[in-house]
Design a protein around this ligand. Sequence first.
Ligand code: KIV
Length: 295
Amino acid sequence: MTTVSGTSASPAWTVPLLRRYKAGDDAPPLVMVTAYDAPSARFAVDAGVDVILVGDSVGTTMLGYDSTVPVTLDEIIHHTRAVRRGAPTAHILADLPFLTYQVSDEQAIASAGRLLKDGGADAVKLEGGTSLAGRVNAIARAGIPVCGHIGLTPQTAGLLGGFKVQGQEFVSARALIDDAVAIDHAGAYMLVVEVVPSALATIIAGRVSIPVIGIGAGAGCDGQVLVMHDLLGIEDRHAARFVKRYADLASQMRDGFREFAADVRSGTYPQSEHGYKMKSSVLAELRDSLEHDPT
Ligand code: KIV
């Protein structure tokens, strides 16, 4: 499939276009980033990003939680609405938070439906492999485009023994291939594969019909996703091996706040050009009226 990757001038990606997309000789890898608010969504679209993910990473990047587990459906909806306002024509994928889809098909369809109806998302993403394939199928049959997410699944990182590379042994690597195929056959239109050996991700991308978007999964995928705070250096406390920083916004933000504070304290800010004028006649009248005001 030879559709040219999105630019600010190209039309937004549709689900059928994405579902068929496999990177290749004349099909560059898809570009996905997370965004959680209107301005960053607008900047991502201006920069030619193909897909915006309102990830439940919003919990750790924006909301100060220790993990993605506490994130609620209402929080994702709130941020998805902001992203939609900032990027009206973008393809927006929104995460189903922990325990908003695991309980039953009915719960999953209702939660996914709210992300589309109330949040304005185009599609939803959930974490899990073969054991969640039935759930993926139920959501897809309800008419909701759904993306899978396998490998390191942050919502259940505790079960995986922490934030570790997945699929390094034969049995776990085979299981991940089976997971990918099950999610594909269940009707997902896209699959995120997180922190697995590059060679395994390349095999997975070759075994499924849908695009595989890697994060810490090497160059053999059909696309790449990074968390905005990692790639822009807003999160500067730690970075996984797979993160490449393209900016150092944390330093720039600290410098900006520091300079503002120094300017305010020294009287350097504001200057007259930052203020608003009133007619001298109005000012004179005001002063005069105050002189004759007994209070
Ligand atoms: O929540 C998120 O940001 C994600 C990415 C890590 C793929 O799921």
